[in-house]
Design a protein around this ligand. Structure first.
Ligand code: E9O
Length: 593
């Protein structure tokens, strides 16, 4: 799936802006899609709707909400193929154009698109309605369940949405909605893989063409350097371009070439698309991760798509600020915990030169067959698996060409010690390897080395660990003893490199304490220092990702003080003391530790 781009044959129209919005009471029965919404309020797109109004019933709404806006299709588009593309709608969407349903989507973190020529009015106003539903069950990723309270302390029919992941269940149209055009015969997909042979870079590409009379067309692929200088031009739907003395893509020099693909019929360019290309290889061998044949150490943080007011809505202001902070602090990588991020973020990661662990939205999968304390009869089941496989296919289809994406993570903190976990994740990981043999695969664990059943399936062991926080709280003195013992055990059992994908402490900016106490800035610093001493002693540790980049919103509960406070930055992106400690450490570290 290609990200919408303007070229000499394609136009893009961004429908971001102010939409009309209404919380559903009986929308479908009253056929709200047939005419303009009555009594609608205004809602910005992209954004989560939850924090925009002053109304707590909107913030905590469970069920459908309606979004609507009108747009014009220019006369000039009449011979074009017109596609509507929604960057993401969290979690389920039904889309109507001029009162007719044109598509549905399940899954809140990946784009979907639909050709609208049959339904659209060219040269006139069109009414677009998107109904979004935020209910999670065990056929969704992430999973969740509705809790019904049949007890005397709750009014009849009282229910809440429950979920086992630690971020607020924001909902809405979170990413740009765009219209774009192609010719009726069009470039549907391009896949690029790169290899390195000494100083030479090799760019292999494959183009999929679709639409009427596609057999009468031929393809021209041209590779340009950064300054627009042509390197080579080849013909055909697949091919290979060699770049002598190539500049390889890496964090210290994220050099991007440009692959231009043109579809030609009767000597005329009818469709054109281009793709930024970073020439790089990734490989895991022995105790190491290699980028372009050089061992790499990952310094960075796990993030969230989260900010004040916008919730999970994509905002270029926040995005660029975050990349500036990542650069400032000396990081070279991050994980898209716990779901695929906006494509705009990955485009920036390619450009800024960050190494990304790209994660599926599989979080809160805390049990397969036990844990009776959790009040739901349901568990991970066949439907969860089917959806998981579908999400993996769509994730790889979307992100396969990004040089920044160096590893796939299929899940976070699943109950990998339970029966069924191995069979489940074998299916998922096999699917990833089939679709993309070029990148390593991981599953982020919170299980212990002797209890997990899935470690044999992954290329890199990724572990989240909270010594002196969730276990032995306040016992900084135990960190080195416990952590070193555990990490050595991982290596002893599996002989694979290890990344610590989460470690950290809730820290309220401005709380101070000496000697350090939990929640103070000193405690966060002291904890990190002790973890780092262990990482520095172990040569199979190939990365450290702190939890979390910034404080973020969660559901309301007694362990959370206005959200999770493990950020190195506040939610407003101001540094805590630990940010300076990390900056010092990371700036003085070599690429390979
Ligand atoms: C997932 C992340 O989304 N990992 C959690 C983070 C946290 O701050 C959360 O925000 O809570 C930590 C998981 C901790 C596992 C606890 C193990 C307890 C052992 C006694």
């Amino acid at each position: 799936m290609l990200y919408p781009r303007e070229t000499r044959t394609r136009e893009v129209k961004d429908l971001s802006g102010i939409w009309r919005f209404k919380v559903d009471r009986e929308g479908y029965e009253q056929r709200w899609f047939e005419k303009p919404l009555e009594d609608a309020i205004l809602m910005p797109v992209p954004s989560s709707y939850n924090d925009i109004t002053q109304d707590e019933s909107i913030r905590d709404h469970i069920g459908d909400v309606w979004y609507e806006r009108s747009f014009y299709i220019p006369e000039g588009w009449k011979d074009k193929r017109i596609v509507l593309r929604v960057g993401s709608a969290t979690h389920h969407a039904r889309v109507f154009l001029n009162g007719k349903e044109i598509t549905q989507n399940k899954g809140g973190f990946l784009p979907f698109e639909v050709e609208i020529n049959k339904f659209a009015q060219i040269g006139c106003e069109n009414r677009l309605t998107i109904v979004i539903n935020n209910i999670l069950d065990w056929s969704c990723l992430p999973p969740g369940f509705i809790r019904e309270y049949n007890d005397p302390m709750h009014p009849e029919g009282y229910k809440t949405q429950e979920y086992l992941f630690d971020f607020f269940n924001y909902s809405g149209i979170h990413r740009p909605v765009m219209l774009y055009t192609t010719s009726k015969t069009y470039i549907e997909d391009i896949k690029v893989e790169t290899q390195i042979d000494d100083k030479k870079g090799i760019v292999c590409f494959k183009v999929v063409v679709n639409g009427e009379k596609k057999d009468e067309c031929h393809i021209e692929a041209t590779l340009y350097d950064k300054d627009g200088g042509q390197i080579a031009k080849v013909e055909g739907p697949e091919g290979m371009i060699e770049v002598e003395n190539a500049i390889f893509w890496e964090p210290s020099n994220p050099y991007l070439y440009k692959l231009n693909v043109t579809l030609v019929r009767d000597g005329k360019a009818i469709d054109e698309y281009y793709l930024p290309v970073g020439i790089r290889t990734v490989e895991v061998k022995g105790k190491r991760l290699y980028l372009n044949g050089k061992p790499m150490y990952l310094k960075g943080l796990a993030k969230h798509e989260d900010s004040d007011i916008r919730g999970k809505g994509y905002d270029p202001v926040i995005a660029v600020k975050d990349f500036n902070l990542l650069k400032w602090i000396g990081a070279n990588s991050f994980r898209t915990s716990h779901y695929p991020y906006a494509e705009e973020i990955l485009n920036l990661a390619d450009e800024y030169g960050f190494l990304v662990i790209d994660e599926a939205p599989a979080v809160g999968m805390n049990f397969f067959n036990k844990n009776e304390k959790v009040f739901t009869p349901e568990r991970v089941n066949q439907k969860t698996l089917e959806h998981h496989l579908e999400v993996i296919r769509r994730l790889i289809a979307r992100d396969k060409n990004h040089p920044s994406v160096i590893m796939w993570s299929v899940a976070n903190e699943a109950a990998t010690y339970e029966d069924g976990a191995y069979e489940y994740f074998k299916r998922v990981i096999d699917e990833v390897r089939k679709l993309d043999p070029t990148r390593p695969v991981t599953l982020v664990e919170s299980s212990f080395p002797d209890e997990t059943k899935v470690a044999s399936l992954v290329d890199v062991i990724c572990v989240n660990r909270y010594y002196s926080w969730y276990s032995d709280p306040g016992r900084l003195d135990l960190i080195e003893f416990q952590l070193e013992k555990e990490l050595k055990r991982w290596f002893e059992l599996y002989q694979k490199p290890v990344i610590i994908t989460e470690y950290g402490a809730d820290t309220i900016a401005g709380f101070h304490s000496s000697p350090p106490m939990m929640f103070s800035e000193e405690y966060q610093c002291e904890m990190l220092k002790r973890y780092h001493r262990v990482f520095d002693r172990l040569d199979f540790v190939i990365g450290e990702h702190i939890w979390n980049f910034a404080d973020f919103a969660t559901k309301q509960e007694v362990r959370r003080v206005m959200g999770n406070r493990k950020g190195i930055f506040t939610r407003q992106r101001q540094p805590k003391m630990a940010a300076f400690l990390l900056k010092k450490r990371w700036e003085s570290m070599k690429e390979n530790k």
